[in-house]
Ligand binder design. Structure first.
Ligand SMILES: *Cc1c(COP(=O)(O)O)cnc(C)c1O
Length: 405
């Protein structure tokens, strides 16, 4: 039996993960995603549910993940368009809803065309190898999302990894790759662990000076960053100057599933012909397309939701700072509460849950060694009362663990 020889190798890896304190246990939610949730707990009698806890770790920025209009759009579409497509897009997996959603995304982002994927992870892994060959180069921020890193790994272009947000290093890379046919700068718009922004205005300026293209993964921005939620290109005043935007429907835009690449017409056309996750993976279900359309419509009229999100984030940030927590400075609803020690971060998360606040401690290798943290994410779905309660729980646990005075 081959597996008997292999099993100890796997067991050892699992043990190593446990010993390093890196084993991820998944908490079970009982009911829909939202500003408050119920999670499964265990007692002598078996599984049971917690009282509602305030959820500070979802990417549900605008609270659309369980919005009645989004739920209703999905429910209607499953009746009018059926459950699944059982096909990739180019065989028989394209419905009117898929085309409508692609058009709606292009209209929203003011781009020429859009191609849907099952996820933004797929959008990123299907991008670079399709557009870039051996004669080309890709310049990638050191802290880009795993899916951008994997996408870059799949392509044969020369790679230059520039220091995080380091424009001098990016310029050096552009000089070093001067002989290449196509050069593509790839960056997250917002970096998920710190909630910091890529300096898109300066990136676009360098790209123009050196004749390079720009790709932005705007997953943590689409729908709520920028005056009208168009994302980081809007926030930095460079809309129309970014050649390609990848993003997800799995965060602010309904939080279901699905992703896309949007941008220059011919680039999208080539992706439709050659991108492997598009050609060899199923079309997104019609209800997801319909719910995405509804979410985008809500976002288009979503000034109030965005304002509430910003106010909520500012309120909790100020509360935590005033209590003496070390919150990484920034203006994104991601606010990392820095603790340093991994065990402390994990202990703090456990105690906060007991106090009715659901957060997760992040530690190495997800963040650098010695930079363990609680990553707080605020949503428009939170009420002021939720956030005041959360602040009180941070105060209680912070003092108990001697993090604040
Ligand atoms: C969440 C995220 C993704 C993955 O999106 P999915 O649609 O869930 O695959 C990709 N890139 C970035 C920057 C993200 O934050």
């Amino acid at each position: 039996m081959a597996y008997e020889k292999i099993k100890p190798l796997i067991d050892r890896q699992l043990d190593d993960i446990r010993k390093a304190g890196l084993y991820k246990n998944e908490r079970v939610l009982l009911g829909p995603q939202g500003g408050t949730i119920r999670v499964a707990t265990h007692c002598n009698q078996g599984a049971m549910g917690s009282p509602p806890v305030i959820n500070l770790c979802a990417n549900n920025y605008l609270g659309l993940a369980n919005h009645p209009a989004v739920v209703e759009a999905a429910a209607q579409a499953v009746r009018t368009h059926g459950y699944g497509m059982a096909s990739v897009r180019f065989i028989c997996g394209t419905q009117d809803l898929h085309k409508e959603l692609e058009r709606a995304i292009s209209d929203f982002l003011d781009t020429e065309d859009t191609i849907l994927y099952s996820s933004c992870f797929d959008a990123n892994t299907g991008l670079f190898e399709t557009l870039l060959g051996e004669e080309d180069a890709v310049l990638s921020d050191a802290l880009n999302h795993a899916s951008v890193i994997d996408g870059v790994r799949l392509c044969k272009a020369q790679r230059y990894r520039y220091g995080h947000g380091d424009m001098a290093d990016l310029e050096k890379g552009l000089q070093q790759t001067a002989g290449r046919r196509i050069r593509l700068i790839a960056t997250d718009g917002v970096f998920s662990m710190d909630g910091d922004f890529a300096p898109l205005d300066r990136i676009v300026e360098l790209a123009e000076r050196y004749g390079a293209l720009v790709m932005v993964d705007d997953s943590h921005a689409t729908g709520f960053i920028g005056a009208t939620g168009r994302g980081t290109p809007e926030a930095f005043g460079v809309s129309g100057k970014v050649d390609l935007i990848t993003s997800t429907l799995g965060k602010a835009v309904g939080g279901g599933t699905g992703g896309f690449t949007s941008g220059r017409r011919e680039l999208i056309e080539l992706l439709r012909q050659r991108s492997r996750p598009y050609l060899f993976s199923n079309a997104i279900p019609p209800m997801i397309a319909a719910a995405g359309l509804k979410a985008l419509a809500l976002i288009d009229q979503g000034g109030e939701l965005r304002a509430r999100l910003q106010e909520n984030a500012a309120f909790l940030r100020k509360e935590l700072e005033q209590q003496g927590f070390q919150v990484k400075p920034g203006r994104h609803p991601i606010m990392p509460v820095m603790l340093g020690d991994a065990a402390l971060a994990s202990k703090m998360a456990d105690r906060l849950l007991e106090e009715g606040v659901y957060v997760i401690g992040f530690s190495y290798p997800v963040v650098p060694k010695g930079e363990a943290r609680i990553r707080v994410q605020v949503s428009a779905a939170h009420t002021r009362d939720d956030l005041a309660k959360a602040a009180k729980a941070f105060h209680t646990v912070g003092r108990e663990l001697a993090i604040i005075a």
